[in-house]
Design a protein. Sequence first.
Length: 168
Amino acid sequence: MIYRLPQIKDEKLINDYIQEHYEQGEKSISASYGLTSSEYKQWVAKINRNAAEGDERFGKSLLLLCFDNKRLIGLLSIRYELPPELSWTIGDIGYGVRPSERNKGYATAMLKHALDVCREKGLTKVILGCFRDNIASAKTIIKNGGVLVCENDNYQKGRISQYYVITL
Ligand SMILES: CC(C)(COP(=O)(O)OP(=O)(O)OC[C@H]1O[C@@H](n2cnc3c(N)ncnc32)[C@H](O)[C@@H]1OP(=O)(O)O)[C@@H](O)C(=O)NCCC(=O)NCCS
């Protein structure tokens, strides 16, 4: 797979990606960092700024487009400088795969790539969160070495999230 930051020229393929989610009845785009609520050019600028300089609250982070054979498969968010209280709420890594490409092993490969990046950045462990009812995400994490350490509803009241640690 090819992983890279979004560019202005990607607007059409990102719009197709969003549209596919909507057509499948999904209202939000995982790991997109405000994509659908921002003007596209401003979103690209923000993502590239976050990678180069970071953000006051989140530190430096990467939001990568994940391609297989030129097809945009998913989005991968790697927040490798989060303060601990945010790691234990939103998690250090987030991902989403377009509906037509799910259950083909892509999220498992994307998370593996994120772990390689975090290792290169010098991290020795990462924290991942997912809702307890998100079986596919939990399996993705466990397949990459995740160990369940706690469950709570701090992220969204009334809905249980699970938090996993992966030692790098
Ligand atoms: C969660 C998500 C990223 C998984 O992506 P994916 O590419 O389908 O995952 P993979 O193909 O790598 O599969 C990982 C594991 O989940 C299982 N799985 C995939 N879809 C599943 C489903 N709908 N129900 C149960 N298990 C599922 C796979 O079988 C695999 O486990 P196995 O190897 O033990 O069989 C994808 O479903 C998605 O984008 N969902 C919406 C966004 C989201 O929930 N993001 C994560 C937020 S924490």
